[in-house]
Design a protein around this ligand. Sequence first.
Ligand SMILES: Nc1ncnc2c1ncn2[C@@H]1O[C@H](COP(=O)(O)OP(=O)(O)O)[C@@H](O)[C@H]1O
Ligand SMILES: [Mg+2]
Length: 350
Amino acid sequence: MNDPESLLEPEVAGDEPEIDRQLRPQRLLDFVGQEQVKDQLAILIQAARLRSEPVEHLLLCGPPGLGKTTLANIVATEMGVSLRVTSGPAVEHQGALASMLTGLAERDILFIDEVHRLQRAVEESLYPAMEEFAFDFVSGKGAGAQTLRLALQSFTVIGATTREGMLSAPLRDRFGATFRLDFYRADQLLAIVSRSARLLAVSAEVSALELIAARSRGTPRIANRLLRRVRDYALVRGSGTVTRTATEEALALLEVDHLGLQESDRRLLQLICSHYQGGPVGLGTLGAALAEEPHTIEEVVEPYLIQLGLLQRTPRGRTVTLGAYRHLGLEPPGHLLSGSGDAGLFPKDS
Ligand SMILES: Nc1ncnc2c1ncn2[C@@H]1O[C@H](COP(=O)(O)OP(=O)(O)O)[C@@H](O)[C@H]1O
Ligand SMILES: [Mg+2]
């Protein structure tokens, strides 16, 4: 059970556990939080329906587990069209893209997860598809090369990315609207886990669900995973009911601390605090020291630590704040104590 790392792991496209599908809200009304995004999406969907057109191409950005895939599915449901799912690295060549595009019916949606990882040539053949609903095949080489243009049905691309900054400008420009998802507040996560508990027929104390919500790193996917882990714990070690006590015990076993940080979070902070005097230290160095892919650190681990004000990205590398030393119970170095620092902003133990 002591496997906190897996709580952070993003879902692989097309390979999500049945349970995630079961818990995924189907309609915009059931999607909790992100009010601005929902309001704008509702208008885009309604307008597209009134005009009998596909929705504009949409780009969804944000850390893993905040609802990008869920929203793409919701747009398809609300539009009454089919959603075809793929991901940047999965589209191996232009031909693969062509066969996906030609398989779409009018107004269908092609969902491209990790859209920042499309190959250059594939990305370039996506441009005319998005702009003019056309696919250009090139046959032959050199002077005798010929372009054959194939007309496509009008359709929508929904791209999702954890790294908006890595998208090329031409691709970014072809999306009609961009939505950025934020970490969720505890009351929103409470609404999400309460709904999940109901769907899974788990009997749970409200105070237990509040604790799960507060410890889930602002992330619905983690909230749902913690609920499942706590449910298992309560079944094996307790009465089966998810009580506050069972939840506290299960979270301690999972090494999820009162800020919702997990082992991987603490290892990163600890390394910068103890070995680099608080930083700055480069991402590559951190990756090597932690035996982690730098992009995983950057996309999965860091955003929440930055949100909490424990970590900062500077042009010279990563630095930690006074709050990080306090959270780890370490003695801060003098240079952090002398400034006004971030004392007081830091949430107290719950
Ligand atoms: N706003 C939300 N309301 C309710 N559940 C959500 C919400 N956002 C995400 N979830 C839940 O979290 C899980 C992960 O969401 P997902 O859309 O797969 O995230 P992403 O694609 O951004 O990594 C989903 O299975 C869904 O059940
Ligand atoms: Mg996803």
